[in-house]
Design a protein around this ligand. Structure first.
Ligand code: ADP
Length: 377
């Protein structure tokens, strides 16, 4: 086991600088997830740690050892690539044994090999499949075996590149839960790459969001979800994406074009902001006394998503997406939506398409505060 520290890491290919000065510290045994869209530099980060990128600057320390000039073979990391390969002519047991026979992680007696294989197979739930061949396995079992080939080798750091990407949605969800347990059981420092935000939130002790070769935010799942550093992170987590509205600020009060989204904004917000509300944070309410921001509008479209329904609501000209479990919601209905103030995010204004920093949460607009408190004082 070991910690991992990356300092000022820049990685280049011939024509591309894929990483720009990455700083990252993983505690011993931490399960750290890197989330980012395709091309963000996720794989390059793993490969750099493994020593597989030639042109890098900066420092990488594994288990407190400087890796500068250390060949991949001697770094004591185990890396799984997206495209797992199993030896088709070998059984699951033999597939799991081959990393132990490479000599790379010391010499293992046959007894020790089998003990380790059975331990890892037990953790992955494939202990009864050890004598089968890959062709006799389901997709999910094959993927587990492939993962087993990585985990069987004791290493300071595991580097996992989208290990669940080839599974269908149902199996992914099941494997996600198992991987979480596995991480807790194996307790080896792990850098895990994904483009799936649910995976990141479910698995990570912490999550780092990568964009264009830069880490935009590092934090616990709770932090990146509740206090996204900017609109990029805000949109990266959640499906459908966070609603964003341009608003003008006057006297500390932001108002959207349609005028029904009216909220207090943090001091120093400037004369324009963006307001962000996650579709799932909006609740369909039937009385108008709800706390927080209350929006009235008309449903223009409904889309059933299994147990929940996605609503497109026209709020005085501002299009709002909300997710509800209320199956009665129908197109044309006038509805009231509410969201607690702290779940209305305030971001800096910016050019269309450009991401901007989060300034804080909205507060009650003073007019409403006066109205709300006026009668009781
Ligand atoms: P991700 O894993 O997030 O999809 P990558 O790390 O694979 O991103 O790629 C980051 C950037 O580096 C991309 O612009 C990609 O085109 C480029 N890149 C990746 N691998 C190579 C390579 N072997 N040669 C040249 N450019 C590469």
């Amino acid at each position: 086991m070991g910690s991992l520290a990356v300092r000022g890491l820049t990685a280049r290919y011939d024509r591309t600088t894929a990483l720009h000065g990455i700083d990252l510290e993983l505690a011993d045994g931490e399960f750290f997830v890197i989330l980012g869209p395709s091309g963000a530099g996720k794989t390059t980060l793993l490969k750099s740690v493994a020593g597989l990128v030639d042109d890098t600057d900066g420092e990488i320390r594994i288990a407190d050892r400087d890796m500068t000039g250390v060949e991949p073979y001697h770094r004591n990391v185990a890396m799984a690539f997206e495209s797992y390969a199993l030896y088709p002519q070998k059984t699951v047991r033999e597939n799991l044994a081959s990393p132990l026979r490479s000599g790379r992680s010391g010499t293992w007696t046959l007894g020790q090999q089998n003990e380790r294989i059975e331990q890892v197979a037990g953790t992955l739930g494939i202990e009864r499949l050890l004598e089968r061949f890959p062709r006799e396995l389901s997709n999910g079992q094959r993927q587990r075996t492939a993962l087993g080939r990585v985990l069987v080798r004791p290493a300071d750091v595991y580097l996992l590149d989208e290990p669940l990407s080839h599974l269908d949605a149902k199996l992914r969800a099941a494997m996600r839960a198992e991987l979480k347990q596995l991480g807790e059981m194996v307790h080896t420092t792990t850098l895990y790459v994904t483009h799936d935000y649910q995976e990141a939130l479910a698995l990570g002790d912490r999550v780092g969001v990568l964009r264009d070769g830069r880490l935009v935010q590092v934090g616990t799942p709770e932090q990146v979800w509740t206090e996204p550093a900017d609109t990029f992170v805000a949109r990266a987590f959640g499906q459908p994406e966070m609603n964003l509205f341009d608003a003008r600020v006057n006297g500390g009060i932001a108002r959207t074009e349609g005028g029904r989204l009216t909220v207090g904004v943090p001091d120093g917000s400037g004369d324009r902001v963006r307001l962000g509300i996650r579709p799932r944070d909006l609740e369909l309410v039937h009385d108008s006394g709800a706390a927080g921001l209350v929006l009235r509008g008309r449903i223009t479209l409904t889309e059933r998503l299994g147990r929940s329904v996605e609503l497109s609501v026209d709020v005085g000209g501002d299009p709002v997406i909300a997710i509800t479990t209320d199956q009665r919601a129908a197109e044309g209905d006038e509805v009231t939506l509410s969201v607690p103030w702290k779940l209305v995010h305030v971001f800096a204004a910016g050019e269309p398409g450009a991401d901007t920093a989060r300034l804080g949460s909205a507060t009650s607009s003073s007019a409403e505060t006066t109205a709300a408190t006026g009668g009781t004082r």
